[in-house]
Ligand binder design. Structure first.
Ligand SMILES: C[S@@+](CC[C@H](N)C(=O)[O-])C[C@H]1O[C@@H](n2cnc3c(N)ncnc32)[C@H](O)[C@@H]1O
Length: 271
């Protein structure tokens, strides 16, 4: 199996996505959509952004590599009565079956950044987006001390065996020079690409930062892999303590609830 598919089907990302609903809605609001567009949400998970987009009246196709998340997304769409929202399985590196220039907006919030070949991802996003349309990506930034997720992935990777040769870190999607190179190679002029830092918060009114770390340990593929490796090397307790320290230090909530901010890079490509 494609290792990326295996990674995301390993756990149950819906458990983590439950902390992302409020910020997903805020991202959609910030897109300032006036006329309901046709939208592709790439690496959509169970619809954190796809559902609010469809609620605005957009016709939305969510594509994700993880079959369990596609099923969860379709279930949410059916429960919400959103007939114009469909989820399907696919790989951001190769959107076979998706027609050229078929979307006004291609959105990918912490999704396509995880695909294995970033140059193919940029090429495919440009191919399926209409001229005059836009691509918007939300990407984590490497070594960003103000980003919970950046630190979570950094700590997790320190406990995981090194990736295979040729592996391109998803975090390179948070570096301006790489983003520009990838979209320029896909035929986009440099001046059509812009980057700005923004903040995404992981929020739960009834779960604490300790609960959040426990859910990451049980359900979030990259953290699950880190704990599996750490258990083998006898360092699981150290990993747990580092993640608990991080989550507690970054939590902005004064009570036992969770509100953990994470800086990310918002990339906009105007076609
Ligand atoms: C961090 S989750 C974000 C999910 C969703 N965008 C959200 O905001 O809740 C990353 C998502 O990207 C998906 N993904 C990873 N690699 C992919 C690929 N090559 N093609 C499509 N989806 C991919 C994963 O299955 C997962 O749903």
């Amino acid at each position: 199996m494609n290792p990326n598919k295996a990674l995301w089907e390993k756990g149950d990302f819906t458990q983590i996505a439950a902390f992302m609903r409020q910020s997903g809605e805020a991202v959609v609001k910030s897109l300032e959509i006036t006329t309901p567009p046709r939208v592709l949400d790439l690496g959509c998970g169970d619809g954190t952004t796809a559902v609010p987009l469809a609620l605005l009246g957009a016709e939305v196709v969510g594509i994700d590599i993880a079959n369990n998340l596609v099923d969860a997304g379709n279930k949410r769409a059916a429960e919400a009565g959103l007939n114009q929202l469909t989820f399907q399985e696919g790989d951001a590196c190769n959107l076979q079956g998706v027609s050229d220039h078929s979307f006004d907006l291609t959105l990918s919030v912490f999704g396509a950044m995880f695909a294995s070949n970033p140059f193919d991802v940029a090429k495919e996003m440009v191919r399926v987006t209409k001229p005059g349309g836009r691509i918007v990506m939300g990407n984590w930034i490497p070594n960003d001390t103000t980003s919970f997720v950046s630190q979570l992935l950094k700590i997790s990777s320190a406990f995981t065996p090194p990736p295979p040769e040729g592996f391109v870190s998803p975090m390179t999607w948070g570096v301006d020079a790489h983003i520009i190179e990838r979209f320029c190679q896909a035929g986009v002029p440099k001046e059509k690409i812009s980057m700005v830092k923004d903040t995404y918060s992981f929020i739960s009114p009834d779960k604490s930062p300790t609960d959040f770390v426990e859910l990451l340990r049980r359900f979030y593929g990259p953290t699950m892999n880190a704990f599996e490796a750490a258990e083998k090397s006898g360092t699981a307790e150290e990993l747990l303590n580092q993640l608990l320290d991080l989550a507690k230090a970054q939590n902005k909530s004064a009570d036992s609830s969770t509100s953990i901010p994470a800086t990310f890079l918002r990339v906009t490509v105007s076609l």
